[in-house]
Design a protein around this ligand. Structure first.
Ligand code: NHR
Length: 190
């Protein structure tokens, strides 16, 4: 999230960071956003007894700010079909694996136990099918002898901070289209 806000400002994107919203009142990103003059909101999932009720409240909180795009950044609650369909084609996520390998949680542990030599991260549109939405961008990193979950996740995270801002910028510049589950990126003018 910080990398995206930083890129938006230093690269002067034609975009407004509408708000930063978390389900956790103690999220560090809220402090960062507030200190950069960005509105914040908290919708605590523990205050709601069902996923539907939480997602409805989250949706209302988001829609107060009328964003064009919802960017998941470290968001760990599975979203309901109703929520995902409300923002169809307008939610991005970055998942720390080369999808379709290793969906779900603990991706670096999954990669190490599978013994893959190449790992990475994937920016994708969010659909009801968890970690299976149309792929916007991917980056590969080597798995090195002696890697632990920490050393591997640090190597992946460095690259996430490059590809996620780039993919969000493509959306902002209207360069992305989805056709039959495939994402097309318009070539930029030279
Ligand atoms: N929701 C939908 N419908 N589709 C996706 O593709 C989503 C999504 C919500 C979040 C991010 C994803 C990731 O990048 C994401 C993609 C959380 C879980 C999970 O199991 C899985 C995938 C992702 C995020 N969450 C548990 C749950 O019961 C809670 C885990 C926890 O709180 O620690 O919601 O990895």
């Amino acid at each position: 999230m910080e990398a995206i806000i930083h890129a938006a400002r230093t690269e002067r994107w034609p975009a407004r960071i509408a708000a930063v919203i978390s389900n956790r009142p103690d999220a560090a990103g809220l402090t960062f956003a507030a200190s950069h003059g960005i509105p914040t909101a908290v919708v605590t999932n523990k205050d709601y007894s069902t996923r539907e009720a939480f997602d409805t409240a989250l949706q209302s909180a988001i829609d107060e700010f009328s964003p064009d795009l919802v960017v998941l950044a470290g968001f760990l609650r599975i979203l309901t079909v109703q929520f995902v369909e409300h923002y169809a084609g307008r939610i991005l996520n970055i998942h720390p694996s080369l999808l379709p390998s290793f969906p779900g949680l603990a991706t670096h542990r999954q990669a190490l136990s599978a013994g893959v030599k190449v790992h990475g991260a994937t920016v994708h549109f969010v659909t009801a099918n968890l970690d299976h939405g149309p792929i916007v961008a991917q980056v590969a990193v080597p798995v090195l002898p002696g890697d632990t979950e920490d050393t591997l996740s640090d190597r992946v995270l460095l690259q996430e901070h490059i590809i996620y801002p780039r993919a969000v910028r493509w959306f902002v510049e209207n360069k992305l289209s989805i056709d039959n589950g495939r994402v097309h990126v318009v070539a930029s003018a030279q």
